[in-house]
Design a protein around this ligand. Sequence first.
Ligand code: IPM
Ligand code: MG
Length: 367
Amino acid sequence: MSNPSLLILPGDGIGPEVMAEVSKVIDWFGAKRDLNFDVSEDLVGGCAYDKHGAPLHDDTMAKAQEVDAVLLGAVGGPKYDDLDFSVKPERGLLRLRKEMDLFANLRPAQCFDALADFSSLKKDVVAGLDIMIVRELTSGVYFGEPRGIFEEGNERVGINTQRYTESEIDRVARAAFELAMKRNRKLCSMEKANVMESGILWREVVTEVGKDYPDVELSHMYADAGAMQLTRWPKQFDVIVTDNLFGDLLSDLAAMLTGSLGMLPSASLGAPMENGRPKALYEPVHGSAPDIAGQGKANPIACILSFAMALRYSFGAGEEAARLEQAVNAVLADGLRTADLLGEEGVKPVSTTEMGDAIVAKLEESL
Ligand code: IPM
Ligand code: MG
C-alpha cells in the first residue's frame, strides 16, 4: 500500500516558520514510528496571490481534493489589505473549506497544566479545562446569498445572509453528537433563536438529531449567554456546537481561556472519501501574526497539535497523537516558552525552532 498523502500549505506570515517545525515532527514519525507520508507543498493566501494573482490556484485546489489530508499554516498580512475582496488571502482558505465541503470544524480548547497560571482568568476557572467547539464551517453568513454592497436610493447597503438548510444543521449536529459520545456525553448547542429564524430552525434540528443520541445530555444556550458562561465557568461545557460566525467568535474566546492562541489546533472535516478517511484540513486557530513573522517568536505548538489531530482523525493513529500531545505537555512542564507565553517567573524563553527541537527530543525520549 502506498503512503497516505499530505499536502502542506504553509501560507503567509508565521505560517512557514511554524510549519517548518511540524515538518521535523512528521520526519520523526516517519523515521521512528514507521508512519510515512507522501508530502507535497504548495501555496495559499498572499504568497499564492503574489505568484498566481489568486489566493488559491486551481491546481492547488485540485491537489487538496485528492490528498488524504491538508495541513495549513496561516494566511494574510498587511501587504494584502488593499487587495480586492475577491482575491484577499482569506478567500483562498474559504475556498478550500467550501469546495472540500469541510462542514465540521473541531476546535479543542485544552488548558495545559503548566499554563494554568498564564490565562487571564483565575487558575481554578481554567485548570484542567478540556472542551471542544464544533463550528459549522461551510455555510451560514460566511457564504449565504444575497451578499454584496449595493446601491439603495442615495446610499450604499452592505448585505450578508445567514442561511442554513436542515441538512446542513443535521450533519454538523451529528458530528458533534458523535464526538460527545466519545467524550463526556454533554452537548450544548448555541444560536440566537430569540432573534433569528435560522436560530429557531437550528435549535429544532439539533433537538431532533438528539433523539438518535439519548445518552448525550443536550442543552441549548443563546450564543451571547454562551460567551458569558464560557468566561464565567467554562468547565460546565464538554462539546459545544454552533454556526459558522458564532463559532468563529466563541472559539477565539475559548482559545484565550487556555492562555494563548498559539496553543490551539483545529481540524476541519468533511464527508468520508472512498478510502474511508474524511476529507480533512488541519490548521492552527491563530492567524498569520505578521507583526512577529520571521523573528523566531512564533509558537509552533498549535500547528504541531494540528498534526496530532491529523494523526487521530485522518490516520487512525490515536496513540501516536497522544504521544505527540504528551511531548508538548512535557516541554511546557520543563518551563520552555515561546514569546507569546512569557511573563511568568522561572520560565525558559525559547525560539520557534528551539521549541520544535525540544518537542522532537521529547518524542525521542518517549520511545
Ligand atoms: C478562523 C479565521 C478565519 C475565519 C479567517 C482567516 C477567514 O478567523 O479560522 O477562525 O473567519 O473563519
Ligand atoms: Mg477566527
